[in-house]
Design a protein around this ligand. Sequence first.
Ligand code: THU
Length: 161
Amino acid sequence: MKEISINLTIKCYDSYEELSDSDERRLCNSAFESLNHAYAPYSNYKVGAAVLLDDNHIVEGSNQENAVFPLGLCAERVAIFSSNTLYPKAKIKAIAVVTLGDVEKGKFPGFPCGSCRQVMIDMEYRHQQNIKVFVLDKNKNLLVVDSVKELLPIAFDHSAL
Ligand code: THU
C-alpha cells in the first residue's frame, strides 16, 4: 500500500491592492466592475469574473441566469468563453472571481464551482500554462491559488479520450 497526498497552497491577502503586479490589481478591479453586469434575479447571488491574457488584455464575465434555471451560466465560464472568442490565440494567465455574499469569519469566500474548474483546467492543458486563480470577497480580501490543478487534482483531461 502506498499513499498519495495532494497539496493545496492558498496565499491570503487583506486586500488585492497589496498585489505587487499592476496587471493583477487591474484584473481584480475588473472582476469587481463586471459585478455590475451580473443578471441574477433568481439566486440574488451576483458573481463577477475577469481573465487576464498573456497579451495583457482583460476580459470580463458575470453570471447570467435564466427562468429555466439550468440554462444560466457562471461568471467564470462567461469570461473564459468570451476571451476565447475575442482573443483566440491568447493564453489565459489568471482569472479573478468576486462574490458579494457575506463571508463568515474564518470561512472561505465563494470559490469557483466544479464545472468552472473543469473548464479552467482544460485551458491549462490547452495552453500548457498554469492559470492563477484569484478569489475575492466584497471587502477586497483576496485568496490566490497558483494553478487550477491544485483546485481540481486528478482531473479528467483529453488524454483519457
Ligand atoms: N455561480 C458563478 O457564477 N460561479 C461559480 O463558480 C458558482 C456559482 C453563479 C451561478 C448562479 O447564477 C449563482 O452563482 C448561484 O449559484
